[in-house]
Ligand binder design. Structure first.
Ligand SMILES: Nc1ncnc2c1ncn2[C@@H]1O[C@H](COP(=O)(O)OP(=O)(O)OP(=O)(O)O)[C@@H](O)[C@H]1O
Ligand SMILES: [Mg+2]
Length: 405
């Protein structure tokens, strides 16, 4: 598969008045991968409509002075004509609530007051890029959904959740599920399932040209539940030889052939890790509610949108949730990580240790523990939103959840 055909480029045109704004926007947006930006100074008193764009961009960023009637009317007209195809953002020095409201009503995605908070702008534009990617993906008719689990700090429980959730999706929803362990060096998903794989993910990644549904199926290890896993070598294998192209190809083949693809991510940041995260929806960022972990989670939440990962695609799971004195409350977690919602999986040391000793999963052996119940409702949420997204309400969705809502 040609990687370029899968790479989405977002064309951004910025029509600006002040040199300072140009510098700031250029610095901010050039940090986002996949953006092709053209910055044009339009001067103070030229009408925006005179600028004339030969080719329709994906995003237009306007700088307007205060609430000049003419500029606002121009923007309204542009949106009337092209609003279904372009996203418009506005930045302005000094604007009143009425003007902002009017612009938003006309369909402007966001109005950024000056001095500019560039992070907000980065998030806004990254979201348009992510939406464009998602549209292209669905236009390509992908069957399944890809959920990536990564931790904000080692040992937060990403692997535990990935494996238990993959198992539940298979068992409770009768879906075809592929669990892909991308933690090449330390992966332990197969061990948690008490499986001895004969092939692993490197067999796929080192021969990307052979990667098709038949080859992929041949590399999978089968669990008694019907869950299929593409194991990690888990032997400190080198990352050399893993290309972004091969990883992307693997994810595409998997997504085309399974209802759910669950990926356990390593704690490494390379072009191929970003490529997986950009395809994933959602990215489950697993955190414990302690201060060092939250610090790292925040770093990631600020960094990932620069690599083409939509901020809205990132969901937070507070695993090993504890209520002891030194822990961070769910409310502060939401506030620090700018999220309205956080999933919670409670801590149960004994159940987790017991499961490991028996070579079984927590959700298999301890049906009543808080940890199991939380993981079950987490998996149910994931399944629901997945089928919702696919708007498969008449078919699988109905079968699984009783009724279409
Ligand atoms: N909710 C929980 N309650 C109690 N123990 C848990 C819970 N979730 C995970 N654990 C335990 O925490 C430990 C670390 O979990 P896990 O290996 O899944 O983390 P990880 O984020 O994948 O770590 P790594 O950085 O090694 O990839 C394991 O021993 C696991 O059994
Ligand atoms: Mg892990």
């Amino acid at each position: 598969m040609d990687l370029n055909s899968m790479r989405t480029i977002l064309k951004v045109v910025a029509l600006l008045i002040h040199e300072e704004t140009r510098k700031q926007i250029e610095a901010a947006l050039s940090r986002i991968e996949g953006i092709n930006i053209s910055l044009r100074m339009v001067g103070d008193d030229r009408s925006l409509s005179e600028v004339g764009l030969k080719e329709l961009p994906d995003v237009v960023m306007f700088e307007v002075n205060g609430h000049r009637e003419k500029d606002i009317a121009d923007i309204e007209n542009i949106l009337k004509e092209h609003g279904d195809r372009i996203s418009v953002f506005v930045t302005t020095k000094g604007s009143d609530v009425d003007t902002t409201r009017r612009l938003m009503r006309a369909g402007v995605k966001d109005v950024y007051p000056q001095p500019l908070q560039v992070q907000e702008m980065v998030i806004g534009v990254s979201k348009v890029l992510a939406d464009k990617r998602a549209m292209q993906r669905s236009a390509q008719g992908k069957r399944g959904g890809l959920t990536a689990f990564m931790n904000a700090k080692g040992g937060s429980g990403a692997t535990t959740l990935a494996v238990n959730v993959a198992y539940l999706l298979r068992r409770n929803y009768d879906a075809s599920v592929a669990l892909i362990d991308m933690d090449i060096q330390f992966g332990s998903a197969a061990t948690l399932l008490d499986l001895k794989p004969r092939s692993n993910v490197m067999d796929a990644l080192l021969e990307p040209d052979r990667l098709d549904p038949i080859f992929l199926r041949a590399l999978m290890t089968h669990h008694s539940s019907g869950l299929e896993i593409l194991a990690s070598p888990g032997d400190l294998s080198s990352y050399d030889g893993i290309s972004e192209q091969a990883v992307t190809q693997l994810m595409h083949v998997a997504v085309e052939n399974y209802d759910f693809v669950i990926v356990d991510m390593p704690r490494v940041f390379m072009p191929w890790t970003y490529a997986i995260l950009a395809l994933a929806e959602p990215v489950m960022l697993v955190v414990q509610n302690d201060i060092p972990t939250i610090h790292d989670a925040r770093l990631l939440i600020e960094h990932l949108p620069l690599k083409g990962i939509a901020i809205d695609a990132i969901e937070i799971v507070n695993n090993r949730a504890m209520s002891k004195m030194h822990s961070v409350s769910i409310d502060s977690l939401k506030e620090v990580l700018h999220k309205k919602r956080v999933h919670r999986v409670r801590n149960d040391y004994e159940a987790a240790a017991d499961a490991q000793d028996q070579g079984l999963l927590v959700v298999e052996i301890d049906k009543r523990s808080d940890m199991t119940r939380d993981i079950e409702s987490f998996a149910e949420n994931l399944a629901k939103s997945h089928f919702d997204r696919k708007e498969d309400k008449s078919g699988l969705f109905k079968k699984l959840f009783g009724h279409a809502n």
